[in-house]
Ligand binder design. Structure first.
Ligand code: FAD
Length: 416
Protein backbone atom coordinates (compact mmCIF):
# COMPACT_ATOMS: atom_id res chain seq x y z
CA UNK A 1 0.00 0.00 0.00
CA UNK A 2 1.54 3.39 -0.93
CA UNK A 3 1.54 6.15 1.69
CA UNK A 4 -1.66 8.20 1.49
CA UNK A 5 -2.23 11.64 0.08
CA UNK A 6 -2.90 13.82 3.11
CA UNK A 7 -4.70 17.17 2.92
CA UNK A 8 -4.26 19.52 5.88
CA UNK A 9 -7.13 21.99 6.23
CA UNK A 10 -10.71 20.83 5.72
CA UNK A 11 -12.19 23.94 4.12
CA UNK A 12 -13.21 25.08 0.66
CA UNK A 13 -9.86 24.24 -0.98
CA UNK A 14 -9.29 21.00 0.95
CA UNK A 15 -12.61 19.51 -0.14
CA UNK A 16 -12.20 20.66 -3.76
CA UNK A 17 -8.77 19.03 -3.82
CA UNK A 18 -10.07 15.74 -2.40
CA UNK A 19 -13.01 15.70 -4.82
CA UNK A 20 -10.78 16.39 -7.81
CA UNK A 21 -8.32 13.65 -6.84
CA UNK A 22 -11.17 11.16 -6.78
CA UNK A 23 -12.67 12.54 -10.00
CA UNK A 24 -9.31 12.09 -11.72
CA UNK A 25 -9.22 8.46 -10.65
CA UNK A 26 -6.94 8.52 -7.63
CA UNK A 27 -8.12 5.41 -5.79
CA UNK A 28 -5.63 5.04 -2.94
CA UNK A 29 -5.91 6.22 0.63
CA UNK A 30 -6.90 9.88 1.00
CA UNK A 31 -6.99 11.67 4.35
CA UNK A 32 -8.49 15.13 4.98
CA UNK A 33 -7.59 16.66 8.35
CA UNK A 34 -9.29 19.71 9.83
CA UNK A 35 -9.10 21.42 13.20
CA UNK A 36 -12.76 22.47 13.32
CA UNK A 37 -15.52 20.22 14.66
CA UNK A 38 -18.03 20.56 11.80
CA UNK A 39 -17.57 19.00 8.36
CA UNK A 40 -16.21 21.48 5.79
CA UNK A 41 -18.57 24.40 5.23
CA UNK A 42 -18.86 27.55 3.14
CA UNK A 43 -17.71 30.70 4.90
CA UNK A 44 -19.35 33.43 2.73
CA UNK A 45 -22.82 33.06 4.30
CA UNK A 46 -21.33 33.57 7.78
CA UNK A 47 -21.38 37.35 7.30
CA UNK A 48 -24.56 37.21 5.20
CA UNK A 49 -27.57 34.87 5.53
CA UNK A 50 -26.20 32.67 8.31
CA UNK A 51 -25.54 35.43 10.83
CA UNK A 52 -28.92 36.95 10.01
CA UNK A 53 -30.51 33.61 10.94
CA UNK A 54 -31.78 32.72 7.45
CA UNK A 55 -29.68 29.56 6.93
CA UNK A 56 -28.96 26.58 9.11
CA UNK A 57 -25.66 24.71 9.37
CA UNK A 58 -26.68 21.88 7.04
CA UNK A 59 -27.13 24.41 4.22
CA UNK A 60 -23.57 25.63 4.75
CA UNK A 61 -21.93 22.25 4.28
CA UNK A 62 -19.84 22.03 1.13
CA UNK A 63 -20.68 18.33 0.72
CA UNK A 64 -23.35 16.28 2.49
CA UNK A 65 -22.07 14.53 5.62
CA UNK A 66 -22.08 11.07 3.99
CA UNK A 67 -20.12 12.20 0.91
CA UNK A 68 -16.78 11.55 2.63
CA UNK A 69 -17.50 7.89 3.35
CA UNK A 70 -18.98 7.43 -0.13
CA UNK A 71 -15.82 8.84 -1.71
CA UNK A 72 -13.58 6.94 0.68
CA UNK A 73 -12.12 10.18 2.01
CA UNK A 74 -11.01 9.76 5.64
CA UNK A 75 -12.25 12.96 7.21
CA UNK A 76 -10.53 13.61 10.53
CA UNK A 77 -12.12 16.55 12.29
CA UNK A 78 -11.09 18.35 15.48
CA UNK A 79 -7.45 17.47 14.83
CA UNK A 80 -4.66 19.91 14.25
CA UNK A 81 -1.49 19.20 12.34
CA UNK A 82 1.29 20.64 14.48
CA UNK A 83 4.39 19.88 12.43
CA UNK A 84 5.63 18.43 9.17
CA UNK A 85 8.90 16.61 8.57
CA UNK A 86 9.30 16.79 4.77
CA UNK A 87 12.39 14.56 4.60
CA UNK A 88 10.62 11.77 6.52
CA UNK A 89 7.29 12.43 4.69
CA UNK A 90 5.63 12.53 8.07
CA UNK A 91 3.40 14.87 10.02
CA UNK A 92 2.44 15.16 13.66
CA UNK A 93 -1.09 15.69 14.96
CA UNK A 94 -2.19 17.61 18.05
CA UNK A 95 -2.74 14.35 19.96
CA UNK A 96 0.89 13.40 19.31
CA UNK A 97 0.07 10.80 16.64
CA UNK A 98 2.28 10.65 13.57
CA UNK A 99 1.16 10.05 10.04
CA UNK A 100 3.16 9.27 6.92
CA UNK A 101 2.22 10.79 3.59
CA UNK A 102 3.19 10.15 0.00
CA UNK A 103 2.10 13.60 -1.12
CA UNK A 104 0.81 16.40 1.07
CA UNK A 105 -1.50 19.36 0.38
CA UNK A 106 -1.67 22.38 2.68
CA UNK A 107 -5.05 24.09 2.42
CA UNK A 108 -4.90 25.82 5.79
CA UNK A 109 -6.70 29.04 4.81
CA UNK A 110 -6.27 32.30 6.65
CA UNK A 111 -7.09 33.83 10.03
CA UNK A 112 -8.41 37.30 10.80
CA UNK A 113 -6.04 40.06 11.79
CA UNK A 114 -6.83 41.17 15.31
CA UNK A 115 -6.53 44.57 16.90
CA UNK A 116 -3.56 44.68 19.30
CA UNK A 117 -4.34 43.58 22.87
CA UNK A 118 -2.60 46.78 24.14
CA UNK A 119 -5.45 48.88 22.75
CA UNK A 120 -8.15 46.54 24.02
CA UNK A 121 -8.33 44.21 21.03
CA UNK A 122 -8.72 41.12 23.25
CA UNK A 123 -11.61 42.44 25.35
CA UNK A 124 -14.82 40.39 25.51
CA UNK A 125 -17.27 41.93 23.07
CA UNK A 126 -14.58 42.48 20.41
CA UNK A 127 -15.09 39.82 17.75
CA UNK A 128 -14.01 38.69 14.28
CA UNK A 129 -15.89 36.47 11.83
CA UNK A 130 -13.91 33.69 10.21
CA UNK A 131 -15.53 30.45 11.33
CA UNK A 132 -18.88 29.00 12.23
CA UNK A 133 -17.97 29.18 15.92
CA UNK A 134 -17.43 32.95 15.57
CA UNK A 135 -20.82 33.47 13.90
CA UNK A 136 -22.54 31.24 16.47
CA UNK A 137 -21.02 33.29 19.28
CA UNK A 138 -22.08 36.60 17.73
CA UNK A 139 -25.68 35.73 16.82
CA UNK A 140 -27.17 35.66 20.34
CA UNK A 141 -25.52 39.02 21.09
CA UNK A 142 -27.32 40.85 18.27
CA UNK A 143 -30.30 42.79 19.64
CA UNK A 144 -32.29 45.59 18.00
CA UNK A 145 -31.24 49.00 19.26
CA UNK A 146 -27.80 47.90 20.40
CA UNK A 147 -24.79 49.96 19.40
CA UNK A 148 -22.38 48.22 17.11
CA UNK A 149 -19.04 49.49 15.88
CA UNK A 150 -17.52 47.80 12.85
CA UNK A 151 -13.78 48.37 12.54
CA UNK A 152 -12.78 48.10 8.88
CA UNK A 153 -14.80 48.98 5.81
CA UNK A 154 -13.87 45.98 3.66
CA UNK A 155 -16.38 43.46 2.31
CA UNK A 156 -16.77 41.41 5.49
CA UNK A 157 -17.13 44.51 7.68
CA UNK A 158 -19.68 46.05 5.33
CA UNK A 159 -21.66 42.80 5.10
CA UNK A 160 -21.75 42.61 8.90
CA UNK A 161 -22.90 46.25 8.98
CA UNK A 162 -25.67 45.49 6.45
CA UNK A 163 -26.98 42.48 8.37
CA UNK A 164 -26.97 44.23 11.74
CA UNK A 165 -28.41 47.53 10.46
CA UNK A 166 -31.21 45.52 8.83
CA UNK A 167 -31.94 44.03 12.25
CA UNK A 168 -32.39 47.47 13.78
CA UNK A 169 -28.98 47.98 15.35
CA UNK A 170 -27.22 51.34 15.48
CA UNK A 171 -24.15 50.73 13.36
CA UNK A 172 -21.01 52.81 12.84
CA UNK A 173 -18.27 51.70 10.45
CA UNK A 174 -14.79 53.07 11.13
CA UNK A 175 -12.33 53.00 8.27
CA UNK A 176 -8.73 54.14 8.70
CA UNK A 177 -8.15 54.65 4.95
CA UNK A 178 -9.53 57.62 3.00
CA UNK A 179 -12.53 55.57 1.92
CA UNK A 180 -14.24 52.24 2.51
CA UNK A 181 -13.17 49.44 0.13
CA UNK A 182 -10.05 51.42 -0.76
CA UNK A 183 -7.83 48.33 -0.90
CA UNK A 184 -10.14 46.42 -3.22
CA UNK A 185 -12.18 48.84 -5.31
CA UNK A 186 -12.27 52.19 -7.12
CA UNK A 187 -13.70 55.34 -5.57
CA UNK A 188 -16.86 54.86 -7.67
CA UNK A 189 -17.62 51.51 -6.02
CA UNK A 190 -16.79 52.92 -2.59
CA UNK A 191 -19.21 55.79 -3.22
CA UNK A 192 -21.97 53.36 -4.26
CA UNK A 193 -21.65 51.38 -1.03
CA UNK A 194 -21.17 54.43 1.18
CA UNK A 195 -24.43 55.81 -0.13
CA UNK A 196 -26.19 52.44 0.22
CA UNK A 197 -25.20 52.10 3.87
CA UNK A 198 -26.01 55.68 4.73
CA UNK A 199 -29.50 55.21 3.27
CA UNK A 200 -29.90 52.30 5.70
CA UNK A 201 -28.92 54.44 8.66
CA UNK A 202 -25.31 53.27 9.03
CA UNK A 203 -22.77 55.93 10.01
CA UNK A 204 -19.64 55.64 7.89
CA UNK A 205 -16.52 57.30 9.28
CA UNK A 206 -13.66 57.24 6.80
CA UNK A 207 -10.07 58.43 7.31
CA UNK A 208 -10.71 57.77 10.97
CA UNK A 209 -8.03 56.21 13.13
CA UNK A 210 -8.95 54.03 16.06
CA UNK A 211 -7.33 54.99 19.34
CA UNK A 212 -8.49 52.28 21.74
CA UNK A 213 -11.32 50.06 22.91
CA UNK A 214 -12.60 51.05 26.32
CA UNK A 215 -13.27 48.48 29.01
CA UNK A 216 -16.16 48.66 31.47
CA UNK A 217 -16.68 45.78 33.91
CA UNK A 218 -14.37 43.57 31.87
CA UNK A 219 -16.15 44.10 28.55
CA UNK A 220 -15.89 46.54 25.69
CA UNK A 221 -18.13 49.57 26.28
CA UNK A 222 -16.80 52.23 23.93
CA UNK A 223 -14.38 53.00 21.16
CA UNK A 224 -12.24 56.11 21.18
CA UNK A 225 -11.01 57.59 17.94
CA UNK A 226 -7.75 59.43 17.26
CA UNK A 227 -9.63 62.71 16.85
CA UNK A 228 -10.78 62.36 20.48
CA UNK A 229 -14.36 61.24 19.73
CA UNK A 230 -15.81 58.44 21.85
CA UNK A 231 -18.48 56.06 20.52
CA UNK A 232 -20.48 53.81 22.86
CA UNK A 233 -20.30 50.19 21.75
CA UNK A 234 -22.13 47.10 22.98
CA UNK A 235 -20.26 45.02 20.41
CA UNK A 236 -17.27 45.63 18.13
CA UNK A 237 -16.84 43.58 14.95
CA UNK A 238 -13.32 43.74 13.58
CA UNK A 239 -12.86 43.22 9.83
CA UNK A 240 -9.35 44.42 9.04
CA UNK A 241 -8.18 41.65 6.77
CA UNK A 242 -6.69 38.21 7.15
CA UNK A 243 -3.26 36.62 7.43
CA UNK A 244 -2.41 33.38 5.62
CA UNK A 245 -1.98 30.29 7.81
CA UNK A 246 1.55 29.56 6.63
CA UNK A 247 3.41 28.95 9.90
CA UNK A 248 3.24 25.16 9.56
CA UNK A 249 4.93 25.43 6.16
CA UNK A 250 7.48 27.95 7.41
CA UNK A 251 8.42 25.69 10.35
CA UNK A 252 8.84 22.80 7.91
CA UNK A 253 11.40 24.84 5.97
CA UNK A 254 9.21 25.54 2.94
CA UNK A 255 9.51 28.83 1.08
CA UNK A 256 6.94 31.24 2.54
CA UNK A 257 6.29 34.88 1.74
CA UNK A 258 2.83 36.27 2.38
CA UNK A 259 1.55 32.72 2.11
CA UNK A 260 3.06 29.44 1.01
CA UNK A 261 5.06 30.05 -2.15
CA UNK A 262 3.83 27.74 -4.91
CA UNK A 263 4.31 27.48 -8.66
CA UNK A 264 1.55 27.75 -11.26
CA UNK A 265 0.53 24.17 -10.47
CA UNK A 266 0.34 24.65 -6.72
CA UNK A 267 3.64 22.92 -5.96
CA UNK A 268 5.61 24.33 -3.02
CA UNK A 269 9.40 24.46 -2.69
CA UNK A 270 9.14 20.75 -1.71
CA UNK A 271 8.12 18.70 -4.77
CA UNK A 272 5.79 16.46 -2.72
CA UNK A 273 3.99 19.29 -0.91
CA UNK A 274 1.28 21.34 -2.62
CA UNK A 275 -0.85 24.22 -1.46
CA UNK A 276 -4.01 26.05 -2.57
CA UNK A 277 -6.55 28.58 -1.38
CA UNK A 278 -6.18 31.56 0.95
CA UNK A 279 -2.83 30.30 2.28
CA UNK A 280 -1.09 29.94 -1.11
CA UNK A 281 0.89 32.57 -2.97
CA UNK A 282 1.15 31.81 -6.68
CA UNK A 283 2.57 33.42 -9.82
CA UNK A 284 -0.07 35.12 -11.96
CA UNK A 285 0.27 37.71 -14.69
CA UNK A 286 3.92 38.24 -13.81
CA UNK A 287 3.34 38.91 -10.13
CA UNK A 288 3.15 36.93 -6.89
CA UNK A 289 -0.53 36.76 -5.98
CA UNK A 290 -2.62 35.58 -3.05
CA UNK A 291 -6.37 35.58 -3.51
CA UNK A 292 -8.99 35.19 -0.80
CA UNK A 293 -12.05 33.84 -2.57
CA UNK A 294 -14.13 30.75 -3.11
CA UNK A 295 -13.32 30.77 -6.83
CA UNK A 296 -9.59 30.69 -6.11
CA UNK A 297 -9.86 28.07 -3.38
CA UNK A 298 -11.73 25.68 -5.67
CA UNK A 299 -9.93 26.22 -8.97
CA UNK A 300 -6.43 26.40 -7.53
CA UNK A 301 -7.08 23.25 -5.48
CA UNK A 302 -8.29 21.45 -8.60
CA UNK A 303 -5.10 22.39 -10.43
CA UNK A 304 -3.00 21.23 -7.48
CA UNK A 305 -4.88 17.91 -7.43
CA UNK A 306 -4.18 17.38 -11.12
CA UNK A 307 -0.51 18.29 -10.62
CA UNK A 308 -0.25 15.79 -7.73
CA UNK A 309 -1.27 13.11 -10.19
CA UNK A 310 1.21 14.28 -12.83
CA UNK A 311 -0.85 16.93 -14.66
CA UNK A 312 0.97 19.85 -16.25
CA UNK A 313 -1.71 22.53 -16.73
CA UNK A 314 -1.00 25.94 -15.24
CA UNK A 315 -3.50 27.80 -13.06
CA UNK A 316 -4.38 31.02 -14.92
CA UNK A 317 -7.74 32.14 -13.53
CA UNK A 318 -10.22 34.86 -14.28
CA UNK A 319 -10.93 35.62 -10.62
CA UNK A 320 -14.51 36.26 -9.51
CA UNK A 321 -16.02 37.28 -6.22
CA UNK A 322 -19.33 38.47 -4.81
CA UNK A 323 -20.75 40.33 -1.83
CA UNK A 324 -24.35 40.72 -0.66
CA UNK A 325 -25.37 43.87 1.18
CA UNK A 326 -29.06 44.68 1.77
CA UNK A 327 -30.76 44.11 -1.59
CA UNK A 328 -27.57 44.67 -3.57
CA UNK A 329 -25.64 41.81 -5.10
CA UNK A 330 -22.14 42.84 -6.04
CA UNK A 331 -20.43 40.56 -8.55
CA UNK A 332 -16.80 41.11 -9.45
CA UNK A 333 -15.07 39.60 -12.47
CA UNK A 334 -11.31 39.92 -12.84
CA UNK A 335 -8.83 41.62 -10.54
CA UNK A 336 -8.39 45.37 -10.69
CA UNK A 337 -4.71 45.31 -9.63
CA UNK A 338 -2.81 48.20 -11.22
CA UNK A 339 -5.80 49.85 -12.90
CA UNK A 340 -5.19 53.25 -14.51
CA UNK A 341 -8.68 54.05 -15.83
CA UNK A 342 -12.18 53.54 -14.49
CA UNK A 343 -15.53 54.13 -16.18
CA UNK A 344 -19.03 53.58 -14.87
CA UNK A 345 -22.16 52.35 -16.60
CA UNK A 346 -25.71 52.71 -15.35
CA UNK A 347 -27.60 49.42 -15.26
CA UNK A 348 -31.12 48.75 -16.53
CA UNK A 349 -32.61 48.39 -13.04
CA UNK A 350 -33.00 51.52 -10.92
CA UNK A 351 -29.89 51.95 -8.76
CA UNK A 352 -27.89 49.29 -10.59
CA UNK A 353 -24.45 50.21 -11.86
CA UNK A 354 -21.19 48.73 -13.01
CA UNK A 355 -17.62 49.97 -12.65
CA UNK A 356 -15.12 48.96 -15.34
CA UNK A 357 -11.36 48.85 -14.68
CA UNK A 358 -8.69 49.22 -17.38
CA UNK A 359 -4.93 48.92 -17.44
CA UNK A 360 -3.27 50.45 -20.51
CA UNK A 361 -6.57 50.45 -22.32
CA UNK A 362 -7.37 46.79 -21.66
CA UNK A 363 -10.27 45.66 -19.49
CA UNK A 364 -9.03 43.93 -16.33
CA UNK A 365 -12.07 43.86 -14.01
CA UNK A 366 -15.73 44.78 -13.53
CA UNK A 367 -17.67 45.48 -10.32
CA UNK A 368 -21.35 44.93 -11.11
CA UNK A 369 -23.92 46.11 -8.58
CA UNK A 370 -27.29 44.46 -9.26
CA UNK A 371 -26.23 44.21 -12.88
CA UNK A 372 -25.85 40.56 -13.84
CA UNK A 373 -25.50 41.39 -17.53
CA UNK A 374 -22.51 43.69 -16.99
CA UNK A 375 -20.91 40.97 -14.87
CA UNK A 376 -21.62 38.25 -17.42
CA UNK A 377 -20.30 40.17 -20.42
CA UNK A 378 -17.31 41.55 -18.50
CA UNK A 379 -16.41 38.03 -17.37
CA UNK A 380 -16.94 36.64 -20.85
CA UNK A 381 -14.62 39.25 -22.35
CA UNK A 382 -11.93 38.50 -19.77
CA UNK A 383 -12.26 34.74 -20.18
CA UNK A 384 -11.80 34.98 -23.91
CA UNK A 385 -8.79 37.32 -23.61
CA UNK A 386 -10.87 40.14 -25.08
CA UNK A 387 -11.91 43.60 -23.91
CA UNK A 388 -14.78 46.08 -24.10
CA UNK A 389 -13.53 49.57 -24.93
CA UNK A 390 -14.10 52.09 -22.12
CA UNK A 391 -16.17 54.43 -24.31
CA UNK A 392 -18.46 51.51 -25.17
CA UNK A 393 -18.67 50.17 -21.61
CA UNK A 394 -19.74 53.54 -20.29
CA UNK A 395 -22.42 54.13 -22.94
CA UNK A 396 -25.73 52.54 -21.86
CA UNK A 397 -26.92 52.69 -25.49
CA UNK A 398 -24.18 50.21 -26.51
CA UNK A 399 -25.11 46.53 -26.32
CA UNK A 400 -22.28 44.92 -24.33
CA UNK A 401 -22.71 41.67 -26.22
CA UNK A 402 -21.63 43.29 -29.47
CA UNK A 403 -18.93 45.42 -27.82
CA UNK A 404 -16.60 42.55 -26.86
CA UNK A 405 -13.51 42.78 -28.99
CA UNK A 406 -10.04 41.34 -29.21
CA UNK A 407 -7.42 43.30 -27.33
CA UNK A 408 -3.79 42.57 -27.93
CA UNK A 409 -2.53 44.19 -24.71
CA UNK A 410 -4.93 42.13 -22.61
CA UNK A 411 -4.17 38.90 -24.40
CA UNK A 412 -0.44 39.47 -23.91
CA UNK A 413 -0.70 40.35 -20.22
CA UNK A 414 -2.95 37.36 -19.51
CA UNK A 415 -0.43 35.02 -21.08
CA UNK A 416 2.39 36.36 -18.88
P1 FAD B 1 -10.65 27.88 4.71
O1 FAD B 1 -12.02 27.78 4.15
O2 FAD B 1 -10.39 28.90 5.77
O3 FAD B 1 -10.23 26.45 5.24
C1 FAD B 1 -9.01 26.21 5.91
C2 FAD B 1 -9.25 25.20 7.01
O4 FAD B 1 -8.00 24.72 7.48
C3 FAD B 1 -9.94 25.80 8.22
O5 FAD B 1 -10.98 24.96 8.65
C4 FAD B 1 -8.82 25.86 9.25
O6 FAD B 1 -9.31 25.85 10.57
C5 FAD B 1 -8.05 24.63 8.87
N1 FAD B 1 -6.67 24.56 9.40
C6 FAD B 1 -5.75 25.56 9.42
N2 FAD B 1 -4.58 25.12 9.95
C7 FAD B 1 -4.78 23.82 10.26
C8 FAD B 1 -3.95 22.81 10.85
N3 FAD B 1 -2.67 23.07 11.20
N4 FAD B 1 -4.46 21.58 11.05
C9 FAD B 1 -5.74 21.30 10.68
N5 FAD B 1 -6.56 22.20 10.13
C10 FAD B 1 -6.10 23.44 9.91
N6 FAD B 1 -15.20 34.56 -0.68
C11 FAD B 1 -15.91 34.82 -1.80
O7 FAD B 1 -15.49 34.42 -2.89
N7 FAD B 1 -17.10 35.49 -1.74
C12 FAD B 1 -17.62 35.94 -0.56
O8 FAD B 1 -18.68 36.55 -0.53
C13 FAD B 1 -16.90 35.67 0.64
N8 FAD B 1 -17.39 36.04 1.85
C14 FAD B 1 -16.72 35.68 2.99
C15 FAD B 1 -17.26 35.96 4.23
C16 FAD B 1 -16.61 35.58 5.41
C17 FAD B 1 -17.22 35.89 6.75
C18 FAD B 1 -15.36 34.91 5.33
C19 FAD B 1 -14.63 34.51 6.59
C20 FAD B 1 -14.80 34.62 4.10
C21 FAD B 1 -15.48 34.98 2.93
N9 FAD B 1 -14.94 34.69 1.66
C22 FAD B 1 -15.67 34.97 0.53
C23 FAD B 1 -13.61 34.07 1.54
C24 FAD B 1 -13.71 32.58 1.36
O9 FAD B 1 -14.57 32.02 2.31
C25 FAD B 1 -12.31 32.00 1.50
O10 FAD B 1 -11.53 32.56 0.47
C26 FAD B 1 -12.31 30.48 1.40
O11 FAD B 1 -13.00 29.91 2.47
C27 FAD B 1 -10.87 29.99 1.38
O12 FAD B 1 -10.86 28.59 1.43
P2 FAD B 1 -9.61 27.81 2.04
O13 FAD B 1 -9.92 26.38 1.90
O14 FAD B 1 -8.37 28.36 1.48
O15 FAD B 1 -9.59 28.22 3.57
Amino acid sequence: MPDPIVIVGAGQAGVALAAKLRALGYADRLILIGDETVPPYQRPPLSKKYVSGELDVERLLIRPRDWYAEQNVELRLDQRVTSIAPAAHELTLSDGARLRYGKLALTTGARPRNLPAEIGGALPGVVTIRGLADADAIMPLLKPGMRLVVVGGGYIGLEAAAVTASKGMQVTVIEAAERILQRVAAAETSAFFRDLHQRHGVTIREATGLDRLVDRDGRVAAVTLRDGTSLSADLVIVGIGVLPNDQLARDAGLLVENGITVDAQGRSSDPDIFSAGDCANFPWQGQRTRLESVQNAIEQAEHAAAAMLGGTEHYNPVPWFWSDQYDVKLQIAGLNRGYDQVVTRPGKRPGSQSVWYYRQGALIAVDAMNDALAYAFGKKALESGKSIAPEKATDPAVDLKTAIEYNLALATSRKA
